[in-house]
Structure formats: structure tokens, C-alpha cells
Design a protein around this ligand. Sequence first.
Ligand SMILES: Cc1cc2nc3c(=O)[nH]c(=O)nc-3n(C[C@H](O)[C@H](O)[C@H](O)COP(=O)(O)OP(=O)(O)OC[C@H]3O[C@@H](n4cnc5c(N)ncnc54)[C@H](O)[C@@H]3O)c2cc1C
Length: 458
Amino acid sequence: MVKSNKVIIIGAGISGLTTAYLLHKDGYDVTVLEKNDQVGGSIETMVEDGFLFDRGPNSGLETTPIIAQLVEDLNLKDELVYANKEGNKRYILRNNRLNALPMSPPAFLRTRLFSGKAKLRLFAEPLIGRSQDGYYQSVAEFVKRRLGQEFLDYAINPFVAGVFAGVPEELSVKSAFPKLYALEEDYGGIIKGTIKSIRKRKKRKEQSKRTAKMFSFKSGMMVLPEAIANHLGNRVKLSANVVSIKKTGDGEYGIAYKEGEQNLTLLTDILLLTIPAYSAAELLGHIDSDLRLHLRSVYYPPVLVLYLAYNKANIGQPLDGFGFLIPSKENKSFLGAIWSSVIFPNRTSEDTASFTLFIGGSRNPGFVNEPEDTVVKNAKTEFEELMKIKGEAVYTQKRFWPKAIPQYNVGYVEHENYFDHFEIDNKGIILSGNYRGGISVGDCIQNAEKVTGKIKNL
Ligand SMILES: Cc1cc2nc3c(=O)[nH]c(=O)nc-3n(C[C@H](O)[C@H](O)[C@H](O)COP(=O)(O)OP(=O)(O)OC[C@H]3O[C@@H](n4cnc5c(N)ncnc54)[C@H](O)[C@@H]3O)c2cc1C
């Protein structure tokens, strides 16, 4: 048993803040230390010249009831917005044409996104047995075996670019898509498993990512971390850069941090790190050198987010969807584009439309070696061609993330096992954040509940 109810949380991204919120609600004495001068971490909203640009996540999926609970408790009902019905329609590029992703069996049979051969191949899925070495399988191996090469190329490849900015040949199916992996493990196949697992999920009151509602806020995604931080008040310390963690003799941890010119230290026997793996490696490496290696091995590729707005009158493509994703095989210089102002209100003026493009990721980390102007120009030219845009952009912005999203690559299970092992050996330290339990905003929020449970059981 740990001695006190005091918890220090490093990092005020959505993982740290949600956990702080839940623990505070349960009577814990929480302090959140954040090195930046604002909360949110990867969540950043910028408003300029009447354009609202979410520089990190543009939306979340309501996969857990905690999101509704946060909205209720923090009085965010008037701010909350769900994606309008256009948000359900997604396009995938094939042969330079945007094809709507089929959302029903008849649409699947009609679509030109997949060939007749690829469609027939899907029907064989229930007949395919389990893999012998599923543990170390990439998403590509798993999907190719179960669903065929074309489904991998034109559905899964663009999908993992949209979620992880990743590539299916590198991502581990077990770690990156545990629910997909479990469908084969538990039920012997994706189609059989999907049907059977729907009933189970209903009992747990969870929503699958496929059916969960997509949400944001009228004033952008930053509304959520800011509201949690306001609720926690001076329990959240900004510009507080944690520089070292030391074990004291009597089972406590000394957390040294710099606040401006001041060097300060806090003592605690419960410490939660929600910072990126590479930052945690620097703070914990001297306690466990193997942990340092595991944490440093987690790859975070660079991503450039490009925000463009145009007069609607100049856009030839009908704006009736969430946006589009680009398969690697289409050889474009960006991964896809979200039609930001189509999905959520309050993003632009009535007569303009805004778009968020993603460049790089694991597919093309080398873009950082080219001049940024060239990278932007190439993506913009291709985008304008695909969207049949005539005039110039009326607004352009960008945000470069040198280390954007952790990749749960093949072999990740070894890291996950080691993180569990480290927590057992170092009672009171918990490792959390988006490199454990899912990278999406919804996963981070759901995971905060699990972490809260872990802390209560210490
Ligand atoms: C470009 C981009 C687009 C995305 N799009 C989506 C999307 O559309 N939908 C979706 O669901 N998810 C999306 N994601 C993923 C999602 O936003 C993140 O996984 C999630 O917000 C991570 O939250 P976190 O709290 O775990 O980590 P972070 O947000 O990284 O927060 C960690 C915090 O720790 C702080 N910190 C680090 N070191 C220290 C230290 N030494 N001392 C004190 N503080 C420290 C950092 O400053 C940071 O604030 C996107 C991510 C990116 C980068």
C-alpha cells in the first residue's frame, strides 16, 4: 500500500489532464506539471483572420462514456459539436479519382474502389484460419492474409496513414489494432468476430470506433484540455519543466522541475508520467537502463500539417464528405486531407471552405530534408488539382510536428511487457500517455480511467 493520496502527474496533454480530473474527483490531491506555457500537448487550436485551425487532432471519437461525463461536468454542452452527416462519407483516391468508401453491402458491390476480384476475395475471409505467429505480425501481413492485397492497398494502407500517419508494413496488428487482432484470436475471423463482438460491447457501454460519434467543439479541440485545466485551477502548473526524478530512501520520489529561473522539488509516492516515450526515457533512464532502451525505441515520425482555405465558388469538387485519404500506390506528396469546415461549424466564413492536409509520417519521413516551401507547394498543387480548385488559397497556415505520433510497430509487445514489468519493480510510478493503450484522443481518455483504477489499487 502507498502511504498518501498525493499524486504528481507530468504532462498536461489530454492523458494527464483527464487522469488528474478523475483522480481529483475521487479525492486525490493532484498536481500536474507541464513544461509548456499552455495545456493540451498535441491538442492545439489557432484562430486567425476568421479561420479556426486545429493544428493537432481535428476531432475525437466518442468511444467512452467519460467524454459525455466530462462535457456535462465541465458545462461544455453548448460548445460540443458532432460531425454533421457529411462526416460519414469518406473518399479514397484511386487512379486520381476520389471514390466514396462504401458503407453498406450494396455500396460495396457497386464501388469502383475495388476490383471484382478484390470483392470476391473478401467473401473468403471467414474460411481463413488463424495465424501461427500473430504476436509478431504486421498489419500488412494480417490484412493481406485475411482480406487480400488490394484491400490492403486501397483500404488499410490509407486508413493507417489517416490514424497513425503510419505504414501497415511496420505497424504491429496486435499493438496498433488490438481489437482487430482479437477478432481473429477470439472468434477465428474478422467477419464472424465483428458480428459476435457487437453484442458484448453493448453490455460494456462502449462504442466501436466504426460507430462512435465524431465530436469537436465550436471553438476547436483546445476547449476540452482548457476546460479541464480551468476546473483543476492551480493544481496545474504551467512552464514547469520536470528535469529529474530521484528515488528517495523511503519509497518516495523527488521530482525536480524548473519554473522560470526557479529550481523546485516536490515529493510524492505516486508519480504518473504522461509525457512522450522519448522524454520519459531521459527522466527514468538512470533508474532502469533497459527501460530507457525500450522507451527510446518508440518511433515518432515527423508530420507537417498544412491548413488551406479557398473561396467556395472556386472549388469544383462537391464538398459532401469528411475528406479523403491517399493510398501509397497513388504516389502523392501528402497523406490525405480533412475537409475541416465541411464537418464542423465555426471553422471559416460562409463563403470559404477550409482543409487540413497531412504530410510525411512513417510513409515519407524524408520530407524534412527538402525545403519546406517545396514540400508545401507540391502538396498544395496536387490538392488543388484533385479538388478542381481554380483560384488562389485565401489563407494558408502550417504546423510542423518533429515527433508527431508514436508508432506501435512490430515488436511493440516487448516494450509493452517491459513497461508493465517496470511498474511492478518501481511501485508508485505509472507510465501512461499515447504510447500505451492507443493514440487517439478517445483512447487517451479511456486509458485515463484505467490508469485511475491502477492508482487506486496501489
Ligand atoms: C498532427 C496530429 C494529428 C492528430 N489527429 C488526431 C485526430 O484527428 N483524432 C485523434 O483522436 N487523435 C489525433 N491525434 C493523436 C492525439 O492528438 C494524441 O495522441 C493525444 O492528444 C496525445 O495526448 P497525450 O496527453 O497522451 O500526450 P501529449 O499531447 O503529447 O502531452 C504530453 C505533454 O507532456 C508535456 N511534457 C513533455 N515533457 C515534459 C517534462 N519534462 N515536464 C513537463 N511536461 C512535459 C508536453 O509538453 C505535453 O504537453 C493527432 C496527433 C497529432 C500530432
